[in-house]
Design a protein around this ligand. Structure first.
Ligand code: UGA
Length: 429
C-alpha cells in the first residue's frame, strides 16, 4: 500500500522504515529541510539500534522516500500517518498545534479518499478535533476517515517493538478504515485490538501512565526499605513473581524520564481535569518521581555536607541506556541543581555527551568513567549503561579524592563496594 508518514522524528522514522520493510511504499515528509536532505543521503540523525540498516535497505529498494513536500506526499498516498511532536506546554497540557497545522495541510492537499491516522501520542478527543479540522479545510470535498493507532515503541528497542508488538491498537469509526488498517499490519501477524477512537487514545495515555505508576510505586516502597533496613531488589523480585503483578517496570531508581512518560502523565492529568475528573493518583505518581531526584541529591549532601566547590563525577547523562536522548533525563536536572550549589561537574556518557553539550555549560566531559573519577569527591551513577557495571572499582577509588558513590541505578552489590572502602549509597537497600 502507498503510505505517508508526516514527521520524521523517532516515532515517524522508525514507523516509516518498518512499514517499508514489511512491503509498503512509504514517503516520510518533514518540514525540516536539513533532516530530509540528510535522510535522502542515507544519514540517520537519531540513535536507534538497527534503524540505519533499515533506512538504507528501504532507500536501496526504492520503497522508502523522503520529502519536504507534504502536499505531494499526501496526494500520492492512500493512508497518512501523523507522527509530529506533541510536546508539553508549560502547564502540562499537550501542545497540539503541530497536529492541527498538519491536518490543515493534509485537507488542502487531498484529491481523493484518504485515511488519516493519529500516530503521535494525543489526549482523548483529539480524533474529533482532527476530523473537524479536516472537514473545515477540505477544499476538494474529499471523502476521508480518521483513525487512532497509538505506538508502543521504546527507544532503544523500537524496531523490535514494531516488528513483534504485544498488540496493535486501532481506533476506528467504520469498517472501511478498519479493513485498510488490518491490511497494512497483516504482514506482522500480530494481535489487533479494534476500538472506537476515544478508547484507542485513552489506551495510549493509560498504558504509559500505568507504567509510570508502577515505577513511582516501587520507588516509594524503596524509600520505605531504606528506613526499614530491607532490600528493594528482593522486594521487587518477590512481588514481580506474582503473575498478576509482573516483573517489568519494578526496577527502583532515580525515577522515570524521557520524552514520553513525564509528558504523557501530565497530559493525562490535564485532559482528565478538562473532562471534570481530578486524577489525584497520577498527580502523586508525578510528585514521587520528582522526589527521587531530590533524594539522590540529599544522599550526596548527607555524605559531603557542604557541596560548594566539591567535584562530582556523573556517570550517565541519557534518560536510560542505549539511547542518546537526554530529554527529561534525571541527570540533566541533577547537574543543573548541583551547579547552582557551586559543584564542579565531570561527566561521561557513551552516547549522550553531544546532546548534553547543547543544554549544559561548565561541564568537564571525560573520555571514560576512570577519567571522571580523577579528583572527584563523589561519583553519581545516573544511567545504568552496561559498561558501568563492569568498572574496576579499585582503580576508580585510587583516582578519586574521596571514595563516595551515590548509585541511582543499583548497579553494584552494596557489601562488595563497601568492602572496597567506598561510602556507597544506592536506592532502597
Ligand atoms: C515508553 C514506553 O515504554 C513505550 O511503550 C512508549 O511507546 C513510549 O514511552 C512512547 O510513548 O513513545 P521509552 O520512553 O522509550 O518508552 O522508555 P522506557 O523504556 O519505557 O523507560 C521510561 C523510563 O522509565 C526511563 O527513564 C527508565 O529509566 C524508567 N524505568 C523503567 C525505571 O525507572 N524503572 C523501570 O523498572 C523501568
Amino acid at each position: 500500500m502507498k503510505l505517508c508518514v508526516i514527521g520524521a522524528g523517532h516515532v515517524g522514522l522508525v514507523t516509516g522504515a518498518c512499514f517499508a520493510d514489511i512491503g509498503h511504499r512509504v514517503t516520510c515528509a518533514d518540514s525540516d529541510s536539513h533532516k530530509i536532505e540528510q535522510l535522502s543521503k542515507g544519514i540517520v540523525p537519531i540513535y536507534e539500534p538497527g534503524l540505519n540498516e533499515l533506512v538504507q535497505k528501504g532507500r536501496n529498494k526504492g520503497t522508502l522516500l523522503f520529502t519536504r513536500d507534504l502536499g505531494g506526499a499526501v496526494k500520492d498516498s492512500d493512508v497518512i500517518f501523523v507522527a509530529v511532536g506533541t510536546p508539553a506546554r508549560h502547564d502540562g497540557r499537550a501542545d497540539l498545534s503541530f497536529v492541527e497545522d498538519v491536518c490543515r495541510q493534509i485537507a488542502s492537499a487531498m484529491e481523493s479518499y484518504k485515511v488519516v491516522v493519529e500516530k503521535s501520542t494525543v489526549p482523548v478527543k483529539t480524533g474529533e478535533w482532527v476530523k473537524h479540522t479536516l472537514e473545515l479545510n477540505n477544499v476538494n470535498n474529499c471523502d476521508f476517515d480518521v483513525v487512532s493507532n497509538p505506538e508502543f515503541l521504546r527507544e532503544g528497542s523500537a524496531i523490535q517493538d514494531f516488528m513483534k508488538p504485544d498488540r496493535i491498537v486501532i481506533g476506528v469509526e467504520n469498517e472501511r478504515a478498519e479493513k485498510l488498517m488490518e491490511e497494512i499490519y497483516a504482514p506482522l501477524g500480530a494481535r489487533i485490538i479494534v476500538t472506537d477512537i476515544n478508547s484507542a487514545e485513552i489506551i495510549k495515555h493509560a498504558s504509559n501512565s500505568f507504567l509510570a505508576l508502577k515505577i513511582s510505586y516501587i520507588n516509594a516502597v524503596a524509600e520505605i526499605c531504606e528506613f526499614a533496613g530491607a532490600d528493594i531488589e528482593k522486594v521487587s523480585a518477590g512481588m514481580g513473581l506474582d503473575g498478576r503483578i509482573g516483573q517489568s517496570f519494578l526496577k527502583a531508581g532515580i525515577g522515570y524520564g524521557g520524552s514520553c512518560f513525564p509528558k504523557d502523565v501530565l497530559a493525562f492529568i490535564d485532559i482528565a481535569g478538562q473532562l471534570g475528573c481530578d486524577f489525584e493518583l497520577l498527580k502523586v505518581v508525578e510528585k514521587i518521581n520528582r522526589h527521587q531526584r531530590e533524594r539522590a541529591i540529599k544522599k550526596l549532601q548527607d555524605v559531603l555536607w557542604i557541596l560548594n566547590n566539591k567535584t562530582v563525577g556523573i556517570l550517565g547523562l541519557s534518560f536510560k541506556p542505549d539511547t542518546d536522548d537526554i530529554r527529561e533525563a534525571p541527570a540533566i536536572y541533577i547537574i543543573n541543581k548541583l551547579q547552582k550549589e557551586g559543584v564542579k561537574i565531570r561527566a561521561y556518557d557513551p552516547t549522550a555527551m553531544e546532546n548534553a553539550k547543547k543544554v549544559l555549560s561548565g561541564i568537564t566531559y571525560c573520555r571514560d568513567a576512570y577519567e571522571v573519577a580523577e579528583g572527584s569527591d563523589a561519583l553519581m551513577i545516573l544511567t545504568e549503561w552496561e559498561q558501568f557495571r563492569e568498572l574496576d572499582l579499585a582503580e576508580i577509588k585510587k583516582r578519586m579524592k574521596t571514595p563516595v558513590i551515590i548509585d541511582g541505578r543499583n548497579l553494584y552489590d552494596p557489601a562488595a563496594v563497601k568492602g572496597l572502602g567506598f561510602t556507597y549509597m544506592s536506592v532502597g537497600r
